[in-house]
Ligand binder design. Sequence first.
Ligand code: AMP
Length: 223
Amino acid sequence: MAKITPNIILLGAQGSGKSTQALLLAKKFDYEWIITGSLVRKAIKKNDANSKIIKKYVDKGKLVPNKIIFKNIYEPHLKKINKSKGIIFDGMPRNLSQMKTFHKLLDKLEIQRPILLYIEIPDDIVYKRILSRKICPKCDRAYKPGDKSYEKNTCKVCNKKLESRTDDKDKSALTQRLSIFHKDTKKIINHYKKNGLLLKIDGTPSVEEVNKNILKKLENFKK
Ligand code: AMP
């Protein structure tokens, strides 16, 4: 097994390839990988009292309120994970207020605060990638046109029929998600930069190339 590196927040606009890279890192370093968007979608599928409320936010491309996300979704999940492993935080935090709550929660659960890995891509690529992507409803893996599984419309791992996410198909929801990213999420990047905890990666090359660059940056960071 490769040596454990620090806990990592993986940040990037929709379609930056962060989940693909998270999967590669999780495998290589045997990390726990927490995908906030997946937890949210699972919470919707539960069909309980909160599900309808959560769905309303997701369908509009808005963030689920902090009270719901931390108390009902994030904290219960964090308590269950294997803390002896490194953790990749995907989709959390998304703004400065969420970052403060997130840091407090990590401190409370005695989980090491992470570094931030930011995968940068321009907006025109975001639209191109997201409006056409499909995901597996079971494992959340994303596929793009040209992938064998995309053309077969079947997940290569779960064998499930692929779907388009409602918030991906809707251009205005996507614009809303992107504007949240530019307005709020980027402030988190500045915070980590100020503290010397930012690794920035160009997300436009191939998956393999981006992965190579991430590993190089992580390696240099440890030195
Ligand atoms: P994603 O799969 O990361 O694009 O997230 C899908 C949706 O889940 C978002 O548009 C939000 O509605 C919700 N969501 C994901 N992460 C968070 C978060 N950290 N805080 C609040 N809502 C979130």
